[in-house]
Design a protein. Structure first.
Ligand code: ACM
Length: 516
């Protein structure tokens, strides 16, 4: 049946169930709404309510997000304990139907499905994808579509990386210069030898737009985890409010190149107030229990040897300015906890020892996650080695320019998030997340290419039982699943054959001399 991610158990029945325009749904109204939202556009069926409808959704005592789906010749029955379980059951139903129902207009194909019983539940509670809208702003409409595609793969977490050296994307009512000045850069250097494209780039999301994105995602089983990044990667913020930097006189400029910049936050009480003000605004928009604070790649060059910063560290009873980031992250962790939220940070948050009460996102490599789990911390496995989808998807010469590295789809599929962790600590691993850093992805089209089908493999690692993992079997299923992505108009990278970007598109090749 080519379901992806692979369900826990599938038992084929006999006969088919035919969808027709008389099909009625017997379900609690909120659950009927989930079914209509996901099925009506592609099937054209109204799925009106009726107590004796042949499509039944009912509550059952099942684990979070789990569902049971039974299809017989005269009935479809879904059981679940929560909204997410219903969402995932309907997503499975969409995959059982012909791929044409994934188009945004009603399909005229016969809509019949083979009878089957499916029992399904996720392996991990955190199945995430991170999108960096800082390096390249993605139009709001693209984010709604992004959510639709994550939901098809039963992802439940969308980390939105909202701030970067190259652009600030979160509207602040209290600090409006952030979006007025910090959301634009003068141009972009599109590869390392580039002199710059001479084209301004920018954009930000209003709070109202983000509120609607949050609601849209929530209706589809997805929590948006927002990230405002501190104390490094803040050039866009310093461009708007130079007084928050260590060298206000220096004339900060939102970055036009990529990398790690020495300019970081000056850890004064005033800066802390601004940070808390911004998080206060953020928390009003994003109800997520988890809030990502960044914390990676924060050089201390502006702090060490700087008399003002040395004094600040001493006043706070710290051994030296290199302790200031830890001091800051602890304040932020406690501030979030007082508001019922939990801090998530890149694994540098533990460089001065495990930060208790925080969730570690292990990115540099899995060993940072293993160490955090062994110390009793909660961990998301997000290692560059398997989950960095800015890395090249192949070593072909005709890939477009990217940041480096190599993460093929089969490599993604080989990720085992609990490797190196004793069985009694497996529950410390909340899940896994893939990352789309967009330095060299100016458009959604390019994001599609880098994300799919690698995310198809990653979604299965996050959802399915590892005992059944089999690359050859997955590849066959993936080939069929790609027909679904075709139906949705996804610019994925085919595992074989010409790459879609070669049929059009813009951007330098990986090796500019490849076609000489
Ligand atoms: C990261 O890639 N700097 C988290």
């Amino acid at each position: 049946m080519n379901l992806l991610p692979r369900p826990t158990s599938v038992t084929a029945g006999s006969g088919t169930f035919v969808f027709d325009h008389d099909l009625r749904i017997a379900a609690p109204p909120a659950w009927a709404a989930i079914a209509r939202r996901l099925l009506t556009p592609g099937t054209g069926l109204d799925l009106l309510p009726a107590d004796d409808g042949a499509f039944v959704i009912s509550e059952a005592d099942l684990p979070p997000e789990a569902y049971r789906l039974e299809v017989t010749p005269d009935k479809i029955t879904i059981s679940a304990a929560d909204d997410r379980g219903v969402n995932w059951a309907i997503q499975t139903l969409r995959q059982l139907l012909p791929p044409a129902v994934l188009r945004p207009a009603p399909s005229t194909d016969d809509q019949a499905i083979d009878c089957v019983t499916i029992e399904d539940r996720p392996r991990f509670g955190w199945r995430g994808v991170m999108l960096d809208v800082g390096r390249h702003f993605m139009p709001l409409g693209d984010l709604f579509r992004f959510v639709d595609l994550l939901a098809l793969h039963k992802y439940n977490t969308f980390q939105l990386h909202l701030t970067e050296d190259q652009g600030w994307r979160f509207e602040s009512k209290k600090y409006p210069k952030l979006q007025r000045l910090g959301s634009w850069r003068t141009e972009t250097k599109r590869h390392l030898d580039d002199h710059g494209d001479g084209t301004p780039h920018g954009g930000f999301y209003t709070q109202d737009q983000l509120r609607s994105l949050v609601r849209y995602a929530e209706q589809r089983g997805i929590t948006i985890v927002p990230e405002l990044e501190f104390p490094g990667h803040v050039l866009s913020l310093l461009t708007a409010y130079p007084e928050l930097g260590n060298h206000p006189e220096s004339g900060y400029q939102t970055a036009t190149t990529f990398g790690i910049f020495p300019e970081v936050l000056n850890m004064t009480d005033d800066a802390l107030t601004v940070v808390f003000d911004l998080y206060t605004e953020l928390l009003e928009i994003f109800p997520s229990r988890y809030v990502h604070v960044g914390g990676d790649e924060c050089p201390r060059t502006e702090w060490i040897g700087n008399p003002a910063t040395e004094r600040l560290a001493a006043e706070r009873g710290l051994a030296g300015p290199e302790q200031l980031q830890r001091w800051f992250t602890e304040r932020l962790r406690d501030w979030l906890a007082e508001r019922g939220r939990q801090l998530v940070g890149w694994d540098e948050i533990n460089d001065e020892g495990l930060l208790e009460g925080a969730v570690t996102m292990a990115w540099r490599n899995s060993s940072y996650g293993v160490a955090a789990a062994q110390g009793g911390g909660e961990v998301i496995m997000a290692p560059t080695s398997h989950t960095y989808f800015d890395y090249y998807p192949s070593d072909d010469h005709d890939e477009q320019y990217g940041i480096g590295g190599l993460v093929t789809t089969d490599r993604v599929y080989s990720l085992e998030p609990t490797d190196g962790i004793p069985a009694e600590l497996h529950d410390r691993i909340l899940g896994t997340q893939c990352q789309v850093w967009t330095e060299y992805m100016p458009t959604t089209r390019r994001v599609d290419y880098m994300l799919y089908p690698r995310a198809c493999a990653h979604a299965e690692v996050a959802w399915s039982d590892p005992a059944d993992r089999d690359w050859a079997e997955f590849s066959t299923r993936l080939a069929q699943h790609l027909i679904r992505l075709d139906a949705q108009g996804v610019n994925y990278r085919p595992e074989q054959g010409p790459h879609p970007w070669q049929q059009g598109g813009t951007g330098p090749l990986r090796r500019p001399d490849a076609h000489k």
